[in-house]
Design a protein around this ligand. Structure first.
Ligand SMILES: [Zn+2]
Length: 473
């Protein structure tokens, strides 16, 4: 039998239920599926990749991003989320058009593939043009990555900014959002490698009415509902003042918790809220670098894991400055160990789980991806350990987590298709993607009508949540 692809002689980190790591191991792939894993497999293959001195691992999973921000990293920096939004993000992206959306998604897809990231979940809410989200999804589809597109819904504010501002072009009316979400789901859900989820912005961005209807729609369509919860500490005060409950408690009251509820950030949760998460099998996407960079804090990940809560990893937007999920995974480990004064507070195996198998489970994609097992789709990264900082011998997994970088990935495979071979991306024109990203970035800054340094003069909102009005004075 001639198969499509054979990966030979690698150190295979399976992430299967027994967590097997097998030296000198082959992975046989046909029609996009893993058909056998073992030593000295005797298949004839259309293509063979020699993985001697390499680790063969499940492709990495980025469970939360806003890829439109890939082109605007560094525009405004070292500041709280709020002033960054008012002064930089809103003016620059409020007039984003499908061509900019596409260029940002292509840049992100290129970086993902170059870092061995095979699944991306993007939370897209910039509906300045309803085609934006379709162009982004199409771009991921063409690049060949697996994606869960979260259709964002904002009908009230964007991070507290009111609808009457000239910048708030991304906020839409409830009925339009719901019908467009339906249309988007119908067009994309379960097509090739794409699934769809619904994504209310946060407790302050969306009306109670739209929140309830979004939960109803997600239940009707049997898809994930994914939202930002208790990221920055002030959102809890906002939710308590407005609804008399903490952030996650309020989402629980509204019905967002449960096996298909995915919570981004989840930094400021009480013990009671952690209990709710565990009891309802609600999932978490941990964004350690963005949370640290923005001064949000450190989520209680080791506590969540010990309660059995499923946690994946994400970058969030520009605040991670990277799509290298190995660097994000490393940060996740360090940020548990250091403040707890406990090297055992999280293990490399747990972090690897978040990066692959558990990340897939969070997105509801673990039947397809997240581990190397017979019958799963072949989403694989091959990491070259023949380098001084790695050394191809001994315990592979801890070195993958603590030493390897995304740039050590030499082959990236999704659905059995080789997207990157020997660091050359085969599904995208790398130079063209870079050029179009530069043009899109310059165009967005130009549309904002100001040089980025002058955006510091952008006005604060007339109305806003209480903590912002304090800052204003
Ligand atoms: Zn986010």
């Amino acid at each position: 039998m001639k198969i499509d692809l054979l990966i030979k002689n690698g150190a295979v980190i399976t992430m299967d239920p027994e967590n097997r790591v097998i030296d000198n191991c082959d992975v046989a792939i046909n029609k996009g599926e893993i058909i056998e894993i073992g030593q000295n497999l005797a298949y004839e293959a259309e293509e063979t990749l020699d993985a001697k001195n390499c680790v063969v691992t499940p492709g990495f999973i980025n469970g939360h991003s806003h890829v439109y921000q890939s082109t605007i990293e560094g525009i405004g920096y070292d500041m709280h989320f709020d002033p960054w939004n008012w002064r930089f993000l809103f003016p620059v992206v409020s007039k984003i058009q499908p061509k900019h959306a596409k260029a940002g998604a292509a840049l992100a897809a290129l970086e993902l593939i170059k870092n061995g990231v095979t699944t991306i979940s993007d939370h897209w809410y910039l509906h300045t043009d309803m085609d934006n989200v379709h162009r982004v999804t199409e771009t991921f589809d063409e690049a060949g990555v697996r994606c869960q597109m979260v259709f964002g819904l904002l009908d009230q504010t964007f991070a507290g900014e009111q609808i009457d501002s000239e910048y708030m072009t991304m906020i839409q009316q409830e009925d339009i959002l719901l019908s467009e979400a339906r249309r988007f789901h119908k067009e994309w859900h379960n097509t090739r490698r794409t699934t769809v989820a619904l994504g209310p912005g946060s407790t302050e961005d969306i009306s109670e009415s739209l929140m309830i209807k979004t939960v109803e729609l997600a239940k009707e369509l049997d898809i994930n509902v994914s939202t930002h919860v208790a990221g920055w500490i002030e959102i809890n005060s906002f939710t308590m003042r407005k609804f008399g409950e903490r952030d996650l408690e309020h989402f629980h009251t509204l019905g967002l918790t449960g096996p298909k509820g995915v919570m981004f950030h989840a930094v400021w949760l009480s013990d009671h809220e952690l209990d709710i998460m565990a009891q309802t099998n609600t999932k978490v996407v941990h964004c350690p670098v963005a949370n640290a960079y923005l001064g949000y804090g450190i989520a209680k990940i080791s506590n969540m894991l010990s309660r059995g809560i499923k946690v994946g990893l994400g970058t969030d937007g520009a605040a991670s400055y990277t799509y290298d999920m190995l660097s994000v995974a490393r940060a996740a480990a360090m940020l548990q160990k250091a403040p707890q004064l406990d090297a055992e507070s999280i293990t490399a195996e747990q972090v690897m789980g978040m990066l692959t198998r558990d990340g897939a489970a969070v997105l509801g994609l673990d039947h397809q991806t997240g581990s190397l097992e017979v019958g799963k789709r072949a989403d694989i990264a091959v990491v070259d350990f023949n380098a001084p900082h790695l050394l191809p011998v001994g315990r592979w997994l801890p070195k993958l987590i603590y030493s390897a970088n995304g740039s050590d990935v030499i082959h990236t495979i999704v659905d059995g298709k080789v997207l990157m071979k020997n660091r050359k991306v085969l599904t995208m024109d790398e130079d063209q993607v870079m050029q179009e990203a530069i043009e899109a970035r310059n165009d967005l800054v130009k549309i904002a009508g100001q040089e980025t340094r002058d955006l510091l003069a952008a006005p604060w909102p007339k109305e806003g949540p209480y903590w912002r009005s304090i800052v204003k004075k």
